[in-house]
Design a protein around this ligand. Structure first.
Ligand code: C2E
Ligand code: CA
Ligand code: CA
Ligand code: CA
Length: 415
């Protein structure tokens, strides 16, 4: 149905009289958590609710506008009018969707996310670009929390185009564009290097360095995080083995970030253990870092996989501690080896006594649970002073070293 929608969009673009202040816009509407309705009551309820929503959308736009059901629980609307009118239309449609739907004696509450993109002039516009950009807007809307509208217009279109390109490329990653850098983890009292953290870098041929905070979520969404993740783990193991050969007296531990999605893979723990053994490393030389925020997404499975990993001798760190749920019970059941105190606390430490108290209690808790603590993102001597005074043993940050290439780490170790 996307094809006929594209044809219809193209027609509309052709028909459009380029008047002052008149815009055409494409709205993509996705019902949030709609599967729940379908699953719990069999298919009929879901389909009938969708019919009702479709009719409401028809009733909420002009006759000259187009409403199309895209399959699943997605609808597309093509509308024209001033920018304000388009915004009013989106609000009106949201309102209409939110009113309870009565089907078969039951009432259903439906929520939606809406992405909106304004069409440019005919010369530079095509249905294909509009559709992929509206996808980005919808993706944004969902990411920001359900039940919202996100508009993409003007110069944002270019940024959206880049996003589309990056998402396509990361779905089939060209691994030759990726490399791994390493940031030392130091003993705060002596500044001696006690380990490193592996950080992935994407050197894009046209866009330069794309930050992992941007591409990792895309890889998670696009399904390539597992492939990337194995590549990282394999490369790190190979590198650690090389360091051990260069500097035999050093037995460096390396933190490797893993996405919670990687833990879904069948036999994840077994494969990790095998990989470590194949490279002749000690199991505890690899510390898998999992962010606290992501834990909430799939806690039960994570607990199980982490138990398998730790039973096999691999260490596990809770990353970005303090940015997520942060309950004590959580940490107790999760049974990690290391807790990494998020950079946002460290950057507030000097000015804010309240933050000092929080960090101090996190450190107490870590000691009570027999966890190692690492303070992240130490940038200034003042921050170092406070962290040391609070009793934290390990840390990393620009004050000691930025992430650097593997060779520089080798030199640091005395190769
Ligand atoms: P993270 O695991 O919390 O990694 C620490 C981030 O803080 C890194 O950013 C590092 O370069 C940065 N950093 C270190 N010291 C300082 C400092 O003193 N000041 C400031 N301002 N920043 C500092 P980076 O490399 O951009 O990575 C961002 C995030 O991307 C990581 O946060 C991690 O969650 C994720 N990531 C990176 N590599 C991988 C990977 O291989 N797999 C997965 N799943 N995620 C990764
Ligand atoms: Ca949906
Ligand atoms: Ca990390
Ligand atoms: Ca972190």
């Amino acid at each position: 149905n996307r094809l006929s929608l594209m044809r219809r969009i193209d027609e509309l673009l052709d028909e459009r009289e380029p008047g002052e202040g008149v815009a055409s816009a494409l709205l993509l509407i996705d019902l949030d958590d709609f599967k729940v309705i379908n699953d719990s009551h069999g298919h009929p309820a879901g389909d009938r609710v969708l019919e009702v929503i479709g009719r409401r959308l028809e009733g909420g736009v002009r006759e000259s506008d187009t409403v199309a059901r895209l399959g699943g629980d997605e609808f597309a609307v093509v509308t024209t009018g001033s920018v304000d009118e388009v915004r009013a239309t989106a609000d009106r449609l949201m309102q209409r969707i939110s009113e309870p739907v009565a089907v078969g004696g039951r009432r259903f509450l439906v929520r939606a996310s809406i992405g909106v993109v304004f069409a440019g002039d005919r010369e530079h516009e095509n249905a294909d670009a509009l559709l992929s950009h509206v996808d980005i807007a919808l993706y944004e809307a969902k990411a920001r929390g359900k039940g919202g509208v996100v508009y993409i217009e003007g110069s944002e279109r270019e940024a959206a185009a880049t996003q589309v390109r990056l998402r396509e490329q990361i779905a089939q990653p060209d691994l030759s564009q990726f490399r791994i850098v390493y940031q030392p983890v130091v003993d705060l009292a002596t500044r001696q290097v006690r380990g490193v953290e592996a950080l992935l870098r994407w050197q894009h041929p046209e866009l330069g360095n794309v930050p992992p905070d941007e591409f990792i979520p895309m890889a998670e969404h696009g399904g390539s995080i597992q492939r990337l993740g194995w590549w990282v783990l394999e490369s790190v193991c190979r590198q650690v083995a090389a360091w051990s050969r260069q500097v035999p007296r050093h037995r460096l531990a390396v933190g490797v970030n893993v996405s919670i999605r990687q833990l879904d893979e069948p036999d994840f723990a077994v494969r990790v253990l095998d990989l470590i053994d194949e490279h002749g490393l000690e199991r505890d030389q690899i510390i898998l870092e999992i962010t606290e925020q992501s834990l909430a997404r799939d806690f039960e499975n994570a607990v199980e996989v982490v138990a398998q990993l730790r039973a096999g001798g691999v260490s596990v760190a809770v990353d970005d501690y303090g940015t997520g749920y942060s309950s004590l019970q959580y940490l107790d059941r999760f049974a990690a080896d290391v807790v990494k105190i998020d950079r946002s606390f460290v950057s507030n430490l000097v000015a804010n006594e309240h933050t000092q108290k929080i960090v101090s209690s996190v450190l107490d808790m870590a000691r009570a649970l027999d966890l190692q603590s690492i303070a992240e993102g130490i940038e200034t001597p003042e921050q170092l002073d406070v962290v040391l005074r609070l009793g934290c043993e390990l840390g990393q940050g620009y004050l000691f070293s930025r992430p650097v290439g593997a060779e520089a780490i080798g030199e640091l170790l005395g190769a």
